[in-house]
Ligand binder design. Sequence first.
Ligand SMILES: Cc1cc2nc3c(=O)[nH]c(=O)nc-3n(C[C@H](O)[C@H](O)[C@H](O)COP(=O)(O)OP(=O)(O)OC[C@H]3O[C@@H](n4cnc5c(N)ncnc54)[C@H](O)[C@@H]3O)c2cc1C
Length: 457
Amino acid sequence: MPQSSITKRQSAIVVGGGLAGLAAAVGLAQHGVRVTVLESRNRLGGRAGSFTDPASGQMVDACQHVSMGCCTNLAHLLRTVGAGHLLAPQPKLYFVTPDRRTSVFKADPWPAPFHLGRALFGAHYLTPLDKLRVAYGLAAMLWARPDADPPLLPWLLAHRQNRRTIERFWGVVLTSALNETVDRVGLKYARKVFRDGFVRHRDAFTVHVPSVPLGRLYGDELRTWLAAHDVEVRENTGARRLAVSPEGRHTEGVELRDGARLAADWYVLAVPFDRVADLLPPELVAREPYFAAAGNLAPSPITSVHLWFDRPTMALPHAVLVDCLGQWVFDRGEVAPGEFYLQVVVSAARDLRGLGRDEIRQRIVDELGRLFPPVARAKLLRAKVVTEHSATFSAVPGVDRWRVPQGSPVANLALAGDWTATGWPATMEGAVRSGYLAAEALLARAGAPARLVRPDL
Ligand SMILES: Cc1cc2nc3c(=O)[nH]c(=O)nc-3n(C[C@H](O)[C@H](O)[C@H](O)COP(=O)(O)OP(=O)(O)OC[C@H]3O[C@@H](n4cnc5c(N)ncnc54)[C@H](O)[C@@H]3O)c2cc1C
């Protein structure tokens, strides 16, 4: 039973059916609000979504997504809608270098932060002195002021890191976690990754891989839950603009792309940062710095390479690639009779920009062939290269000055999205937190305050 519910049945419209919008819808519905979700595409999940591969009819993730043990709100959302069992924890991570050597990264049965000490000191791709440098850098990072956000690279160099530790340790972890390279990020989110992801709790670093395509993870169970809680989901329904009263105090409705207009008591705008300004009255964006802030965020791309081979190629479920073009490779097994599917992810993929898809595919296949000899012997049946140019915002130093809190200056409007102020990088966890925070902001304004955000591990 909800702890509080609004006495007169209130209604809300959520624009955007990504994780932020879905979390807001779930949070509001749990507290008695009748919610309508408007999603412009023909599916839910937003950037964490799948497409149907025309060659096979299979549901394929646009890009492999993983979560971690520290992502408590995403786990809560999935448990709430009955999909928690579809995330598979990976107790071990495999780090592979171009010489084909592998280090297994797993926790010892010691309390945090000592649980990963042996794993770090066992890494074959760092010298003993490098490991001491890393340990020193980590200690200094954890002692840094939580809000200090100087450029990371000079900070690392000032804290005894060298090219090897930057490329093989800091870069390997942070480029994937923040979707940005070490030379572009600030200290704050780097610290967040190591503190929340590795140091604070034994289970925080455990990577969770969906055991089904994202389209399924955010599919049937979620829809069943939403329907049972009176949430109407309208796909293929794009919003053109929110109508806001002339003095900017009140949202009056949503104008749809087909010209129809919908109205509710409360509104959540849960779209990517580069869509916000277009969906609001231009004079409001010009007048209120709050609404213009998202315009300062810059995008960072991710490229994923999908490969279908005629036989099994990897003996590992996944591998983190050190000193390689690809950063992670996931073996998704035999997805159709005689089709063995690998996916390679390249985060912060700016260096691939000038290359065509065939060139990217070839470089990745050649690299995998050198790392895993069965790949070189296998026949490549099909391949697909997908680049999401605006995969996430870039976590540059001081980025938080453009990440606004969810409660907006318009009384009945909240913003949500991985780019809003969550204290988290752009992740599924950040998106869900933003949705819960947006719902909290509106419930508080409706006089029915509730706590939705789950505590950290
Ligand atoms: C390639 C890639 C790989 C990633 N890998 C990971 C990972 O491994 N782990 C992780 O945690 N995160 C990962 N992320 C980040 C994660 O996907 C996002 O942080 C998260 O999904 C963002 O959710 P959101 O709801 O904020 O935004 P979105 O998912 O972008 O949702 C916004 C929704 O609004 C809809 N919309 C836009 N305009 C309108 C309109 N006018 N009317 C109606 N609807 C509209 C969009 O169609 C979309 O569905 C990855 C992202 C990408 C792109």
